[in-house]
Ligand binder design. Structure first.
Ligand code: NAI
Length: 407
């Protein structure tokens, strides 16, 4: 650390909404000051509290509005300790020069395990049998109950979750087909297939695609009709992927034997809101309240992943995996001085910055720039400790959004 570095002990981290303690521990181990608040804060209070924070950590309930971002004059970054980032005004954050990090893949395993459990449950009509016994009815039946071994699972969307499901299902003795828009490396004996072929051959079809225009209503009446009679459908991806009325209809007609659904086109905002769906009370249908990724292990993994991204950003400027920023990561070279600059993305900025540096007779040891529609993000390593002068000159440029010296 040189004299120009901002002391680590002065870095203030404000964590809201009961973020897992593993994150607090990681920040404390770096020497940062951490304040952890249990709940979310209303905008007016957050505007006050964020004023002297360098990092703001939230989960899904805190709204990071334009006013919050504007009040965060020292704010270096926002960590969304969850999957979604709708609660953050991302474009405004970008324009303020604030990268936002989340943890999109920390709950992959949790979702994959739920799907495996549900395949067995559907195969044995466990939801119905359990409900009957709870209600005092004893229906001991074997007809229509099956082992999953030797049956075929079709996976639509073979990304992080889909491919894990494929590995686990194969370990169970299932035959696995998958369909993806991209060419994907098959795990184990999983086999790629066309969607129509997968639907026609699978005893269970599980969906693991993102929410995009191409996946909206991807499984409707036509696709359900292509499915093998008696097959089951599982959806723990996004509610918009399946036409729920068409699924309810196919189940009532007996063409589809059962379903496990975790996500819906419209979901209640809070746990106290009610819920209704055409799927309620249909036979062999497992309905869960979007809990695919909700485990304590996933919460811990999220705490570890987002804090690691934030610490790396604070210490090196790396924006890899940020959801709203150009991705820039430059290895740290000993004996250099690092400057970070966020600027408006207009032509000529790099030329202006390089001129400032060369006018001060400093040598650029490394430089990496990436841009998006609004901003450019530059990491620059200099061999002379002229960083303060360079910083002042760069910060004075009309195009400047934020400039800081790292070391
Ligand atoms: P991912 O991005 O790793 O994988 C998605 C895969 O779908 C990619 O391989 C992509 O190429 C493929 N794909 C995209 N469009 C497609 C199309 N039209 N047809 C076929 N394949 C297509 O995503 P990940 O992490 O596996 O998540 C999958 C889904 O699970 C997402 O929608 C996510 O929101 C959801 N999810 C749900 C959770 C829950 O609590 N139920 C928790 C975590 C994720």
């Amino acid at each position: 650390m040189t004299a120009t570095s901002f002391p680590k002990t002065e870095i203030k981290i404000l964590l809201l909404e009961g973020i897992h303690p593993i994150a607090t521990e990681a920040f404390a181990a770096e020497g940062f000051q951490v304040e952890a608040v249990k709940g979310a804060l209303p905008e007016a209070e957050l505007v006050q509290r964020v004023a002297d924070a360098h990092i703001l950590g939230i989960r899904s309930k805190t709204q990071v509005t334009e006013a919050v971002l504007a009040a965060g004059r020292r704010l270096l970054s926002v960590g969304a300790f969850c999957i979604g980032t709708n609660q953050v005004r991302l474009r405004a954050a970008t324009q303020h020069g604030i990268p936002v990090f989340n943890a999109p893949f920390s709950n992959t395993r949790s979702v994959a395990e739920l799907i495996i459990a549900e395949i067995v449950m559907l195969s044995r009509h466990l939801g119905d049998r359990s409900r009957e016994v709870h209600e005092g009815r004893w229906r001991k039946v074997a007809v229509g109950s099956h082992e999953v071994r030797g049956h075929t699972l079709g996976i639509v969307g073979y990304g992080h979750i889909g491919s894990q499901v494929g590995v686990l299902a194969e370990a169970f003795g299932m035959r696995v087909l998958f369909y993806d828009v991209l060419a994907k490396l098959p795990m184990g004996n999983n086999r790629p297939a066309k969607l129509a072929e997968l639907l026609a051959q699978s005893d269970f079809v599980t969906l693991h695609v993102p929410e995009t225009p191409s996946t909206k209503n991807m499984i409707g009446a036509e696709e359900l009709a292509l499915m093998k009679p008696g097959a089951c459908l599982l959806n723990a991806s996004r509610g918009t992927v399946v036409v729920i009325d068409a699924l309810a209809d196919a189940i009532k007609r007996g063409h589809i034997n059962g379903a496990a659904v975790d996500v819906y086109p419209e979901e209640p905002e809070t746990n106290s809101d009610g819920f209704s769906s055409p799927l309620r009370n249909l036979p062999n249908v497992i309905v869960t309240p979007h809990i695919g990724g909700s485990t304590e292990e996933a919460q811990e993994a999220i705490g570890a992943e987002v804090s690691a991204s934030l610490i790396k950003f604070i210490n090196t400027g790396a924006t890899t995996a940020s959801v709203n920023f150009p991705q820039v990561e430059l290895p740290v070279t000993k004996g250099t001085h690092r400057l970070l600059n966020v600027h408006k993305n207009v032509p000529g900025v790099l030329r202006d910055i390089n001129k400032i540096v060369s006018d001060m007779s400093a040598n650029i040891r490394a430089q990496l720039l990436a841009t998006d529609q609004d901003i450019g993000y530059l990491i620059m390593d200099l061999d002379h400790d002229v960083s303060q002068d360079v910083r002042k000159a760069v910060a004075a440029l009309e195009t400047n959004i934020r400039t800081r010296i790292l070391f």
